[in-house]
Design a protein around this ligand. Structure first.
Ligand SMILES: [Zn+2]
Ligand SMILES: [Zn+2]
Length: 144
């Protein structure tokens, strides 16, 4: 499998854009961890690694990295969007605790069958889907 950076380089040159070290730093950081992230978290991670990438630069580059198919939006929370890397990481759904932030990823064939059936009945071709179940995890429930 090509690395995310390789794919991005191809994408950038096909678009006729100039690549920058900043962009590659951002992508490298995104793929260095499997966590879901938002711009602030990504900025802090980069800063922690002594990167000089600015928050504005992250905001500018995220749409491009999404266009390239490396990341996607996963949920909107606390007034901003959260993302995850999808390259090399198959489609899945989320269970999310709104108290402690715990996230469980899951895949279930039954859900996929239902989606296929509904899409088929409506003549749809599925490109993407999002299932984000929010609630309280077992730990947070026990603490109540
Ligand atoms: Zn919790
Ligand atoms: Zn996920």
């Amino acid at each position: 499998m090509d690395s995310a950076i390789d794919l991005f380089r191809i994408f950038i040159s096909e678009k006729g854009l100039r690549n920058t070290p900043e962009r590659e730093e951002i992508i490298q950081e995104i793929f260095s961890s499997h966590n879901h992230f938002d711009v602030d978290e990504l900025y802090l991670r980069l800063k922690h690694n002594h990167s000089k990438v600015s928050k504005a630069s992250i905001y500018r580059n995220i749409p491009l990295i999404m266009d390239c198919g490396l990341i996607k939006e996963v949920w909107f929370e606390d007034g901003h969007m959260h993302y995850e890397h999808i390259y090399g990481h198959g489609p899945h759904c989320h269970l999310r605790c709104i108290r402690c932030g715990k996230v469980v990823e899951f895949v279930d064939q039954v859900l996929e069958d239902i989606e296929e059936r509904i899409a088929g009945e409506n003549g749809f071709q599925i490109l993407d889907h999002r299932l984000d179940i929010t609630g309280y995890c077992s730990k947070c429930r026990a603490a109540d």
